[in-house]
Design a protein around this ligand. Structure first.
Ligand code: SF4
Ligand code: FES
Length: 233
């Protein structure tokens, strides 16, 4: 018999008669290179077809498989099961409403995203291709790598306590990314959205977003940049 791990998984089905959340433990046989997402598939395919979780690319690109692994928000497809021994507790992302099991309602997260015009705003109608040189790309690297996974937002204690107000670290990172893009002319408008107390000033520089971001984006640094920009017009 090879190695095994116990997955203690948060369960909740609001449409089921059993309304209270509970934990259910499944034992999974592990193999080298196995990710947490693959272990969840083992449960789904071989033990319990009622388990719900989000995924798509399985390659740390789509951002849909974020969940809480032993108390830390991480991508299930990017996390090796070999990092854990004995029992791994798997829960949904914190601070958001639960739809079912490990699936949360990301609408508040994407509402914040929509608020900041997350696209390039051209200055008038361009009459030729807007070419970027490497130094232009360097300005927005690695912020351009954001995959909208919500790990930064759900790891941030300020976002937990001010969910209705704080625009959140992802939206602020996106403002940084678009405002520094040499093809964009919408910076002033975006800065107006985030310059108030529910924008950059609600960040208390706790650094959890930066610590947990699976794409290693220096989010806190970007927010500090926007704080300076919002003071010195
Ligand atoms: S900034 Fe990082 S943690 Fe936040 S949504 Fe983007 S990739 Fe995820
Ligand atoms: S399944 Fe796409 S990021 Fe994990």
């Amino acid at each position: 018999m090879g190695n095994t791990i116990n997955l203690k998984i948060f369960r909740l089905d609001p449409e089921n008669a059993r309304h209270e959340p509970y934990y259910q433990t499944y034992t999974v046989k592990t193999k080298p290179g196995m990710t947490v997402l693959e272990a969840l598939f083992n449960v789904l395919d071989e033990q319990d077809g009622t388990l719900s979780f989000r995924y798509s690319c399985r390659w740390a690109i789509c951002g849909s498989c974020a969940m809480t692994l032993n108390g830390k928000c991480r991508l299930a497809c990017k996390t090796q099961i070999s990092e854990y021994r004995g029992t791994l507790t798997i829960e949904p992302l914190p601070g958001l409403d639960i739809i079912k099991d490990l699936v949360v309602d990301l609408e508040p997260f994407f509402n914040n995203y929509r608020k900041i015009k997350p696209y390039l705003v051209p200055e008038g109608m361009p009459d030729k291709e807007n070419i970027q040189m490497q130094e232009d790309v360097d300005l927005i690297e690695p912020h351009i790598k954001c995959i909208l996974c919500a790990v930064c937002e759900t790891s941030c204690p300020i976002s937990w306590t001010s969910r209705e107000k704080y625009i959140g670290p992802m939206a602020l990172t996106k403002v940084y990314r678009f405002n520094r893009d040499t093809r964009d002319a919408g910076g002033k408008e975006r800065l107006e959205v985030v310059r108030g107390e529910d924008g950059v000033w609600r960040c208390r520089t706790i650094f959890r977003c930066t610590e947990y971001c699976p794409k290693n984006i220096p989010i806190t640094e970007a927010i500090q940049f926007l704080k300076r920009k919002s003071v010195f017009k």
